[in-house]
Design a binder for this molecule. Structure first.
Ligand code: KG4
Ligand code: ZN
Length: 348
């Protein structure tokens, strides 16, 4: 399959609690990347409230599109295609971006393509520096902790995944139970910088089970048991608690990734998704890569968190290679990456 790229793409993302629009040229050059975050709205509820998310997306979607075009210094008439996150995510939230994308596509007579959010995360790094295929990818976000073998755009094989909580979910739940605000990942990361990661020996679930799967719910329970036994650890000991929990998560993620690299012999690694913003994980992966001759690519933090520019990378590829979505495009709240191979088969 050729890997031509398209031209000027407007991309939209509304799968969870960020309403985002971007203008990207050739699936590579970001002309604008606007993100309207709803975090402050959901923070008072301690997590994302789906109905509120949908309403917030509705209020923000036109504004972020206008802003993305203004920042790119382009009129809508110059846009040649629209890419939108189709899933996975919250159905009502996804539908806001999808409806806006359909409206633009229909109104302007330009092609439309639905994109998998996780595929966007995995390929965001191409906006900074392309990576050669095949590579191993670790996707760590609020809903995912997956290890993939990536043989090309659209060619993903799941090597392992979480059997319960995702890494970001574990960060958020542990933050909540030690009294930190939502979203907890950033708060734990910040506190951990002045904590001792070896202060508390938390378990490393599944680390030697011979699979590439993860499990984080037992770790969350271990933190809960610890704070019940030592209530002061939520007060003056909170930095050590945060650092020790974070060290356990990063250790498991790094060791399982190392095992996937050893098993496949593929020495290129991409780490992606919101949790890839975590400073300890970035450090741990960098140390592992340097010690083992692995070529590591992690996008800069603003491209690890949810954004629309990442949606344009696969969007551009599919449109350029003859795959577009019809107006029957619907939200896919659950959408495993392995299913994308169908698109390439349809075109081969
Ligand atoms: O990819 P993302 O922005 O949204 C989803 O697709 O879920 O990931 C959000 C997750 C949240 O669980 C958030 O707490 C976590 O990423 N996160 C972090 C950090 N920044 C965001 N986790 C640990 N350390 C961080 N610095
Ligand atoms: Zn995400």
């Amino acid at each position: 399959m050729p890997s031509l790229f398209f031209m000027l793409l407007l991309s939209l993302e509304s799968s969870c609690d960020e309403t985002a629009a971007a203008v990207v040229s050739d699936g590579r050059t970001v002309l604008s990347n606007i993100v309207a975050s709803q975090i402050s709205v959901h923070a008072e509820y301690g997590g994302v409230v789906p109905e509120i998310a949908s309403r917030q997306h509705l209020e923000a979607v036109s504004l972020v599109i206008e802003q993305a075009l203004a920042e790119a210094n382009l009129d809508i008439s110059r846009i040649e295609g629209v890419a939108v996150t189709q899933g996975p995510g919250l159905a009502g939230a996804l539908l806001v971006g999808i409806s806006a994308a359909k409206g633009l596509s229909l109104g302007r007579g330009i092609p439309l393509v639905g994109v998998n959010h996780i595929e966007g995360h995995l390929l965001a790094v191409f906006l900074e520096a392309p990576v050669e295929f095949p590579f191993i990818a670790l996707a760590v976000s609020g809903g995912h902790s997956h290890l993939y073998r990536v043989d090309g755009i659209g060619r993903y094989t799941t090597l392992g995944q979480t059997v319960d909580d995702a890494a970001g979910e574990a960060f958020d739940k542990v933050a909540k139970l030690i009294g930190l605000p939502y979203p907890g990942g950033v708060a734990i990361d910040r506190l951990a910088t002045t904590g001792n990661p070896q202060a508390i020996k938390f378990p490393r679930p599944l680390v030697n089970d011979g699979t590439f799967n993860f499990s984080f719910s037992g770790l969350k329970t271990a933190v809960l048991t610890h704070v019940k036994k030592f209530p002061e650890s939520k007060e003056e000991g909170i930095n050590d608690l945060a650092a020790s929990f974070q060290a356990a998560v990063c250790d498991v993620l790094t060791r399982k990734t190392a095992a996937a690299i050893a098993a496949t012999g593929i020495k290129r690694l991409v780490v992606a998704g919101g949790v890839a913003c975590n400073s300890a994980l970035r450090r741990s992966m960098a140390e592992f890569a340097a010690a083992n001759g692995v070529e590591l690519s992690i996008p800069s933090p603003k491209l690890c968190a949810d954004n629309a520019a990442m949606v344009a990378v696969p969007g551009d590829f599919y449109l350029a290679n003859g795959y577009s979505s019809g107006f029957d495009l619907d939200a896919l709240p659950v959408w495993p990456l392995d299913r994308l191979a169908v698109r390439l088969k349809e075109k081969s």
